[in-house]
Unconditional design. Structure first.
Length: 364
């Protein structure tokens, strides 16, 4: 029997005249996800059919499609899509039930709480289904533009990237490391996390930025209590520059209000002052437990908790400021010639193209 997957989308149905654009992007996403499995993707009467999946590849195809944003489910339903067929839906249901009961005498009919729902869809062929597989929902990748994710290696930022990709954003990413205070294993951990997010978002351009010189300058020449917020401001400045290089129009962070000293409302306002781009914080109102639940769902949690340090955990002040003022931070920043350091960090950045199957250096 031919393997056919009938894909149903959700939120796209609410679109108006631009609906064909979203449908086209969804079909592109499905084709990309199944590109090496020999599948044919066809759209017909508001349904997307995936044809030509070999038996040995069926489970793999289903697994991949559950991570394609824009898919509501692989819908199992009984209806007569081809109105030229000489039987209506009720007649089809009766006839199919009669054949099943004759073929399997041990079966009984329960129309209210069936244990198995056998469904048929009539088009140029008859397609039989008996299960519904939930999809990732959201909007198709690439329908909302591009944004740059500041990814640290912790629990929060991969979840933030996943949630914004779910709304149709393509992602690039920026990571800051402080060798020798952070290790190669910490770097590899971030590449792995980016790959796990890429299972949903598609390939991600990851910029690995050396941050040691800037951190040391902040630590040695700026007020100790402002160290963390100043570090965040400099990270945002560099991330914004890489975002513009990648054609991104916004930044994404994993910050949640009040989670740590640098995430008070005052601190977030001071951080935003460092850049002109919008900053998306999809986790802003989440409890930590909520974030952890999503991290486990998308399989980033176990990697995130590996005990490798990141640059946010070094040079941490004993008493960080929790209600910083924009003017104070601007004055402290002006005490040091950070521009030269920023340019050097940009020049020394390593850029990788990360996919779900691995990473490679980006072409210059």
């Amino acid at each position: 029997m031919e393997n056919v997957l009938l894909v149903r989308y959700g939120e796209i149905h609410l679109k108006g005249l631009n609906r064909p654009f979203f449908e086209r992007k969804l079909v592109e996403g499905i084709k990309h996800a199944l590109s090496d499995l020999g599948a044919t993707v066809r759209m017909e009467q508001g349904r997307i059919f995936v044809l030509g999946i070999k038996d040995k590849d069926r489970d793999e195809a289903v697994d991949r499609l559950t991570r394609v944003f824009g898919i509501h489910s692989f819908k199992v339903m009984a209806r007569r899509a081809d109105k030229r067929f000489p039987m209506n839906s009720e007649q089809i249901n009766r006839e199919l039930g009669h054949v099943l009961l004759e073929s399997f005498p041990g079966l009984s009919v329960d129309v209210h709480s069936p244990k198995i729902k056998m469904c048929v869809e009539i088009r140029e062929k008859a397609y039989l289904y008996c299960e519904e597989i939930p999809g990732a929902n959201g909007m198709p990748t690439g329908t909302a533009g591009r944004a740059a994710l500041l990814i640290s290696g912790g629990i929060d930022s991969p979840v933030a990237g996943y949630l914004m990709a779910k709304r149709g954003l393509e992602l690039s990413a920026v990571h800051f490391y402080s060798y020798p205070y952070t290790s190669e294993r910490a770097r590899d951990k971030v590449v792995d996390l980016t790959g796990l997010v890429a299972r949903y978002s598609g390939s991600i351009r990851l910029h690995l930025v050396p941050f040691t010189e800037i951190q040391l300058a902040i630590y040695e020449q700026c007020p100790p209590k402002e160290t963390t917020v100043l570090m965040r401001r400099l990270m945002m400045k560099i991330a914004e520059r890489w975002a513009r290089e990648d054609g991104a129009l916004a930044l994404i962070t994993g910050e949640a209000l009040g989670q740590v000293a640098s995430q008070t409302l005052e601190s977030l306002c001071v951080t935003d002052d460092a850049v002109d781009m919008p900053v998306f914080r999809p986790l802003i109102g989440f409890d930590k437990d909520d974030i952890i639940d999503i991290a486990k769902k998308i399989n980033t949690f176990n990697t995130s908790i590996l005990p490798y340090e990141d640059c946010c955990t070094v040079f941490v002040p004993q008493h960080p400021v929790t209600k910083p003022k924009v003017e104070d931070l601007r004055n402290s920043e002006a005490m040091v010639d950070f521009e030269c350091m920023i340019q050097k960090a940009m020049a020394d950045t390593e850029t990788l193209i990360v996919t779900q199957s691995g990473s490679e250096k980006a072409e210059a």
